[in-house]
Design a protein around this ligand. Structure first.
Ligand code: NAP
Length: 248
């Protein structure tokens, strides 16, 4: 039976690569975005051109009402969710603790943490066996920064990803008996617009020589790890993390 996937932040980068890969694997795919409507629609068009089924879904994952409405739209257009990829995330320019404002910290936490919680909640309501669901799988896209820290660089971002990892571990325990697996992927330095938009343009190329594999990663390489954790090949894997960080 065809499975329904929702990928948040799928208009570009890792989310886009994941949506395209899942569609190639036979999932029908909800392509969430915030601002980049054209880009999200191009992802949907690419999937449809390859014979797949997809729907663009605009929602700010940090806004509870918008997340609830997005899941209702997914139910109505593609059907109840089988797999969720919590991927939408933001990163602001490097700043030390003395430069951090409450507004910036709260923005990062609202998208990177609250957004993940809200999407997990709506997914679990639909997947849980106790609600008549079929079970399912969730992958939370974290960051190598959660494990390694990012002192003096993006400590707010790293802290948000630490919270994501704690959510992943705790939720995996909470919903294991409900047929739901919850895992995480921690990318390292990946060539996406995240570094161009919020972070520091050219950063991946500047740091790559210091990485064990001596190169940055491609979004498609992260998507492969996400897709494996969602698949039946990982049927006994929950509360686990894959590092997609070139050995870092
Ligand atoms: P990206 O290229 O900047 O793309 C971010 C995506 O998230 C876009 O589709 C954007 O949508 C969406 N988004 C942002 N805020 C949103 C919100 N409030 N609601 C809904 N969608 C929102 O990022 P990326 O590099 O692919 O990163 C994807 C994930 O991987 C993030 O969680 C990031 O922290 C993590 N990660 C990335 C790297 C890396 O090196 N790139 C490393 C470690 C972890 P619009 O374009 O429509 O605004």
């Amino acid at each position: 039976m065809t499975k329904v996937a929702l990928v948040t932040g799928a208009s570009r980068g890792i989310g886009r690569a994941t949506a395209l890969l899942l569609a190639r694997q036979g999932y029908v795919v909800g392509v969430n975005y915030l601002q980049a409507e054209m880009a999200a629609k191009q992802v949907v068009e690419q999937i449809r051109n390859q014979g797949g089924k997809a729907q663009a879904l605009r929602a700010n994952v940090a806004e509870e009402g918008e997340v609830v409405a997005m899941f209702a739209e997914l139910d109505a257009t593609l059907g109840p969710i089988d797999v969720l990829v919590n991927n939408a995330g933001i990163l602001f320019q490097q700043a030390g603790i003395e430069q951090l404002t409450a507004e910036r910290i709260n923005n990062v936490l609202a998208t990177n943490v609250t957004g993940y919680f809200l999407c997990c909640r709506e997914a679990v309501k639909r997947m849980a066996l106790r609600h008549g669901g079929q079970g399912g799988a969730i992958v939370n896209v974290s960051s190598a920064a959660a494990r390694l820290g990012a002192a003096g660089e993006y400590v707010d971002y790293a802290a948000s990803k630490g919270a994501v990892d704690t959510l992943t571990t705790g939720l995996a325990l909470e919903v294991a008996a409900q047929g739901i697996r919850v895992n995480g992927v921690r990318p390292g330095f990946i060539y996406t617009e995240m570094h161009t938009c919020g972070g520091e343009p050219g950063r991946v190329d500047r740091v790559k020589a210091s990485l064990p594999m001596q190169r940055g990663g491609q979004p498609e390489e992260v998507a492969q790890a996400i897709a494996w954790l969602l698949s039946d090949a990982a049927s006994y894997v929950t509360g686990s993390f894959i590092e997609a960080a070139g050995g870092r």
